[in-house]
Design a protein around this ligand. Structure first.
Ligand SMILES: NC(=O)c1ccc[n+]([C@@H]2O[C@H](COP(=O)([O-])OP(=O)(O)OC[C@H]3O[C@@H](n4cnc5c(N)ncnc54)[C@H](O)[C@@H]3O)[C@@H](O)[C@H]2O)c1
Length: 453
C-alpha cells in the first residue's frame, strides 16, 4: 500500500477520517447517521436547502431515521450538512447517493451523478476515497466517474481511491437497516477495495468484497432484476388465474410451503419505488449497447407496466355489475404510496391508475395517511390531488367503488368491505371472499361458489 493509502487507512481505523455523503435522501441520510454513530465526523452535501437545514437543526425527515439520533449526533458535533461542495476540501471520504432515474424513453438519466461528481471534482485532493452508491449500469464508475475525477490531473488508484458499493436499503423494514444489511464493495484496485472495506466495516456488520466496480454494479442489478422478473411472472400468473377462476393468492401461499426451491412473490397493481421499475432498464440499456437483447427484462417490464390497466379494467368490471360506467362514477383510492406503511410515491402504480380513471371520466378521491398530496407527472396524467379523510366509517358508502391500491395497516378493512358498495382489492387485503369484493387475480365469491357447486 502507498503512503497515501496507509495514511487514509490509519485515519479510517482511528475514526479521524472526515466522511462525507452527497445526496441526503432515503439512502444518504441513514448512511451519514451510521458513519457518525461509528465515530466519524460526517458531513452531508445536498442541493436541497430544506434537508440541509433539517440536519443542521437536528431533525430527521426520513421515517427510518430517528430524529433523536440526528439531534444527538448534530449536537455532539458529529453530523452536519451543507449545500456547498466547498466542504469537500476538508473531507477524506465521500459516498455518492444521488438519484438515478430513467428518462421518459427509459434511458438512464445520469445528470445527478454527473453534477455530483462535477461538484466533488472541483475540490478533489490527494488521498481521498470516493465511493459511488447510486444504482446504475455496469461501467458507470470507470466510464463516467473515473474520467471526470481524473480530469483534475489526479489518478484513480494512485492519488485518490475509487469504489462502487450498491445500497440495499429497504425503507420501512424494521429488521434490516443500513447497519445490518451486508454491503457489497468493489474497488477500482485492490487498495481501493481495502479502503472502502475499512470505511464500511466501521459502520456495517458484514462486508462482501468483490473483484471490481463492474461486478459490484452488476450485483445490484441482478438483485433488482430478479425481483422485477419474478413479480412479472406472478403478475402474469394472476392474469391467467383471473381467466381461469383460480385464486392466485391461495396458489402462492400454498406453493410457498415448499421448503426449498421456491420463493414467494405476490402480484399487485404494478411496480413502484425508485428501484425495481427502474434499475433493470439501466441494465438493458447497457446490454443493448453490446448488441445483446435482454428479453426477460423487457418482457417483465411489459407485464408489470400493464398491471395498472388491468386494475382499471377490474374497476370497470365491478361497476358493470351495478350497471354503472367508470365515466361519472365516484371512486375512492385507498393507499397511493408504492408500498405498505411508507410515504414514498416514486413510480407508484397509483399515479397511473388514478390518471387512467380520470381520463375515463371518473371522479376520484384518495385516502392515504402517509401522503397528503399527489402531483402526477405529465405521462401519468399530469394532475394534482389532495388526500381526503374518507377511509372511515360513515364516509366510505358515498363512493360507487373503493379501490385498495396500497394495503396500509391502519385501514380498517372490515369497515371498508361492510360499508362500500364495491371494492376492488389489488393486494389481497380482504382475506375472505365477499360478493362485493373484486380481487386482482381471483374469482369473486359468487364465482367460487359456482365452481364449488
Ligand atoms: N430508496 C431506496 O430504497 C434505494 C434502495 C437502494 C438503492 N437506492 C439508490 O440510491 C440512490 C439514491 O436514492 P434515494 O432513494 O436516496 O434518493 P432520494 O431522492 O431520496 O435522495 C437523493 C438526494 O440527492 C440530492 N441530490 C440530487 N442531486 C444532487 C447533487 N448534484 N448534489 C447533491 N445532492 C444532490 C437530492 O436533493 C436528494 O436529497 C439511487 O441511485 C437509488 O436507485 C435507493
Amino acid at each position: 500500500m502507498s503512503a497515501l493509502a496507509e495514511t487514509l487507512r490509519e485515519k479510517l481505523k482511528s475514526r479521524r477520517a472526515r466522511t462525507g455523503v452527497v445526496g441526503l435522501g432515503y439512502v444518504g441520510l441513514p448512511l451519514a447517521v451510521e458513519l457518525a454513530k461509528a465515530g466519524f465526523h460526517a458531513t452531508g452535501i445536498d442541493l436541497d436547502g430544506r434537508k440541509v437545514q433539517a440536519v443542521n437543526e437536528g431533525r430527521s425527515y426520513i421515517p427510518d431515521v430517528a430524529t433523536k439520533d440526528v439531534e444527538s449526533l448534530s449536537r455532539a458535533g458529529k453530523l452536519d450538512a451543507s449545500t456547498d461542495f466547498a466542504v469537500v476540501r476538508d473531507l477524506d471520504t465521500i459516498n455518492i447517493c444521488v438519484p438515478t432515474p430513467l428518462r421518459k424513453t427509459k434511458d438512464p438519466d445520469m445528470s445527478y451523478i454527473v453534477s455530483a461528481v462535477e461538484g466533488i471534482a472541483k475540490y478533489l485532493h490527494p488521498g481521498m476515497l470516493i465511493v459511488l452508491e447510486s444504482t446504475t449500469y455496469p461501467g458507470t464508475t470507470d466510464e463516467v466517474v473515473q474520467p471526470m475525477l481524473e480530469a483534475t490531473g489526479l489518478k484513480a488508484g494512485v492519488d485518490f481511491f475509487l469504489a462502487f458499493s450498491p445500497e440495499r436499503v429497504d425503507p420501512g423494514n424494521p429488521t434490516f437497516q443500513t447497519h445490518n444489511v451486508p454491503k457489497v464493495v468493489g474497488g477500482f484496485t485492490p487498495t481501493c477495495s481495502a479502503l472502502a472495506k475499512e470505511l464500511y466495516g466501521s459502520a456495517i456488520e458484514t462486508i462482501v468484497p468483490v473483484s471490481s466496480t463492474r461486478v459490484a454494479e452488476m450485483v445490484k442489478l441482478l438483485e433488482n432484476t430478479f425481483r422485477a422478473v419474478n413479480i412479472g411472472l406472478v403478475n402474469e400468473l394472476a392474469l391467467m388465474c383471473d381467466r381461469m377462476n383460480i385464486d392466485v393468492w391461495e396458489v402462492v401461499d400454498a406453493a410457498k410451503t415448499k421448503p426449498f426451491g421456491f420463493m414467494a412473490f405476490y402480484p399487485g397493481p404494478g411496480l413502484g419505488g425508485h428501484c425495481i421499475p427502474i434499475d433493470p432498464f439501466y441494465l438493458s440499456w447497457k446490454a443493448k449497447q453490446t448488441g445483446f437483447d435482454p428479453r426477460f427484462i423487457e418482457l417483465a417490464g411489459h407485464i408489470n407496466a400493464g398491471m395498472p390497466h388491468y386494475v382499471v379494467d377490474k374497476v370497470g368490471e365491478a361497476l358493470n355489475t351495478r350497471r354503472k360506467a367508470i365515466n361519472g362514477s365516484s371512486i375512492l383510492i385507498l393507499g397511493v404510496a408504492y408500498k405498505r406503511d411508507i410515504d414514498d410515491m416514486r413510480e407508484s402504480p397509483a399515479l397511473d391508475i388514478m390518471g387512467l380513471l380520470l381520463a375515463r371520466g371518473a371522479n376520484i378521491a384518495y385516502a392515504d395517511p402517509f401522503v397528503p398530496e399527489v402531483h402526477a407527472r405529465e405521462w401519468s396524467g399530469g394532475y394534482d390531488i389532495k388526500a381526503v379523510d374518507d377511509a372511515k366509517r360513515g364516509a366510505i358508502g358515498k363512493y360507487d367503488c373503493v379501490v385498495i391500491i396500497t394495503d396500509h395497516k391502519s385501514f380498517d378493512y372490515e369497515t371498508i368491505v361492510a360499508e362500500a358498495d364495491l371494492v376492488v382489492d389489488t393486494r389481497n387485503a380482504v382475506k375472505q371472499p365477499r360478493p362485493n369484493v373484486f380481487k386482482l387475480g381471483a374469482p369473486r365469491a359468487e364465482e367460487s361458489e359456482k365452481a364449488l357447486a
